[in-house]
Design a protein around this ligand. Sequence first.
Ligand code: FAD
Ligand code: THG
Length: 859
Amino acid sequence: MPNASPRVVIIGAGIVGANLADELAQLGWTNTLVVEQGPLVIPGGSTSHAPGLVFSSNPSKSMTEFAQYTIEKLTSLTGPDGRGSFLPVGGLEVATTEERLQDLHRRAGWNRSYGVEAHAIDADECAKLFPMLDRDMVLGGLLTPGDGLALAAKGTQLVIDRARAAGVEFRDRTTVTDIETTGGRVSAVIAGEDRIPADIVVSCAGFWGPKIGEMVGTTIPLLPLGHQFAWTTEVPSLVGKNELPAGAQAPILRYQDKDLYFREWGERIGIGSYAHRPMPVDLDTLRTYSPEEITEEVMPSSLDFTPEDFVREWEASQELLPELAQTQVQRGFNGIFSFTPDGGSLVGQSREVDGFFVAEAVWVTHGAGIAKAVAELIALGRSNTDLSGIDLNRFEDALTTPEYVSETSQQNFVEIYDVIHPLQPRVSPRDLRLSPFNEQQKALGAFFLETNGWERPHWYEANAALLNELPEEWKAPPRDEWADRFHSPIAAVEAWKTRTNVAMYDMTALKRFEVKGPGAGELLHGLTTSSMLRKPGAVSYTLLLDEAGGITSDITVAILDEETYQVGANSNIDFASITRAAKHQSAADPSKWATVRETTPGTCCIGLWGPLAREVISEVSDDDLSNDGLKYFRTKQITLGGIPVTAMRLSYVGELGWELYTSADLGHRLWDVLWDVLWEAGRDYGLIAAGREAFNSLRLEKGFRSFGSDMTSEHEPMQAGLGFAVKASKTDDFRGKAALADRAAAATQKLTCLTLDRREDVVLGSEPVYLMASSAGTADAEVGTASATGRTPASTGGADGYVTSAAYGYSIGKSIAYAWLPNTLSVGDGVEIEYLGRRLPATVTAEPIFDPEMTRLKG
Ligand code: FAD
Ligand code: THG
């Protein structure tokens, strides 16, 4: 029978490429060829020498699930010895500082949030699990019993056998030298003299990825870096304990305070180090090997050990594991792997070339899980697991230059085991993308955080002068030290002024682009959940869905004229997907062409919001901005102090006012025009500039969702509380429509608004949430997480849900946390949020908390 699935060529037979071939075959796609430059038994990439530690703790739900799937799959891949390809020895992270000890509770929270067993344990228990530890150095640990060692090379060979049996072809000792494209699509892979036809090409080339990307003109923002791994000589207490040569029984061990990790390796200990200087590798000068030269110890991904980089590391190893003083460093190597600007993997289809996919910068830990998701993406057009956090297209162009990738990737290597606060900005480069208001913001004492390369004010020190005017009921109690980082009491002033007077917000970093052409309306109409065939002046809040009805973004679309649509988006991923759709529509029917042009860098935006916004703007504009002049969710061109401005009446903070857009050159003046109202008008409106901390609090009070944290493609609109954005009046088809009803009926979880019962409690996001015994299950209390609330927790292993976004709500005087929880909960039900090992009582609350009648916005 002829094979009907498209011809897929996968480049690279490491853990990712081999598993991708297998996962595609399981979906019925067997017309696949895997091309590998090395010998298939030891290809010589990172997988060939990976020591295989699988620690699943991760702030991302998707990454946690990818690790769990890798563990599950490797466990099920049994060799001729009847044993699987995973050693479930458990994972142990030890703390030797108070800060780390606290952080282990936070990490345990991530595990529990996403259903993975984790225990905070004391030093005695750590020493029992890993007897070599210096008990007195250790303050406590985090035990993840399900973690352990991936036998990556073995598992990869087994998966290759299985894929072969399903009909997949593997061709080793073959180096891909070029990729042929025809009409913007891949058509063949070139290997020297050979031309291999292909409908789809997937680069699973690991740290060689940038070289493959160059072949089609797609930038792959990863940096190959060296990383030291060494083995001791025989350790007395391990003699005769483990199977040889590489068996292990004790948990894999992390000593993050010194950037080290350890595993038993037969009678020896293997030590991995991130403590050394970053060692970038230049792919152009990397030595190439003929397949015959490659052995277990000699391979292209393995550089010579540099003992001078292992001196302090060896001392630190002997401190934690004193028995190592009786051993020496027997052997080591500097292995090559991939780092990226934000530390995440790179997955998805190229923006430039159809049919060119990548799955790179993937750890062994996530290898099988990501391979499964990419197989779904290719075969089904979408993955069952949210991929937005690791999408290849998430980086702005300014963040993919070689210099930027090199600097940020090296920084991520250095910081890999550091305790990083969720709001902590990168150290460098800073001041990369500046809004035209930057100078004025600095003059007001802006405290900047960084987003997508933009400097964005978090609060303004100038507003500290208003702290003594802040009414008592708007003041928030002091926070714990962790939650206090990157926080200022000034945010309370800025929230108060926005709700009672008027404030201006820098919205320049909001990703936006213009869709233009005779086909623009039809294009967006087919992609969104509301009508795009409306008259100029209309603005819609609408959703992009995948074919299965999952939310891939929430956007605003403003119709500027019949053929010009301005999209307010969430990220570069939206830009890439709409660009691709426009290209396809234009090719299919040239009379309905549409182009997509990025306008973020060339324009700027101020959000002017608050009950006095109309008074302020009328001081500087003669345009009619009354409710009759410009209704809620409408746009028009106005003039403001002589500056042409596109005004859009909407507000993410839930107050009367407008987003005011102009070109970047006029931005500085626009700010001054508004600001001068403060001084020139006969009346003091109390206008202030306000920052992102207040903004985030106000948007949560209003119940406005943030894509990526509150909802992803794993959620359909109803359960995310966005059913209103799917317009029942829209009879035309749009992507995802057919799947919506069934999907909503099957949902068991719902995005739920919680408020914390005690005013002093604050959470930050990703924390586990537990139902009470009255709402589910039986009690099973665990030391260290016992209920502090007098209520009985329903369970202590995996949680019942997790927090997405959270902020203190100044206008209600307590914290707000949105969480994914069973949809059986009702308003008034009590739950507990686990924060740094403590249980905080919270209550399901009706939403939106602020202005449910929308009188503020529509007035
Ligand atoms: P690779 O295994 O590198 O596979 C890519 C393949 O593509 C190679 O076989 C290569 O030969 C082939 N290829 C490249 N270019 C071409 C071409 N032009 N034509 C044909 N074929 C080509 N991860 C963990 O999860 N846990 C750990 O404990 C761990 N420890 C590590 C320790 C060290 C010292 C190092 C260096 C890495 C470690 N990693 C660990 C990371 C892990 O090894 C890698 O992230 C993972 O193996 C990458 O798998 P891959 O399939 O993407 O890449
Ligand atoms: N401004 C603009 N575009 C954006 C955002 C923005 N795009 C991305 C992101 N932010 C989208 N998020 C939202 C979320 C809520 C609203 C607007 C953008 C909003 N919601 C009203 C509500 O829920 O009541 C919608 C009412 C309606 O549909 O009529 O305003 O900040 N330009």
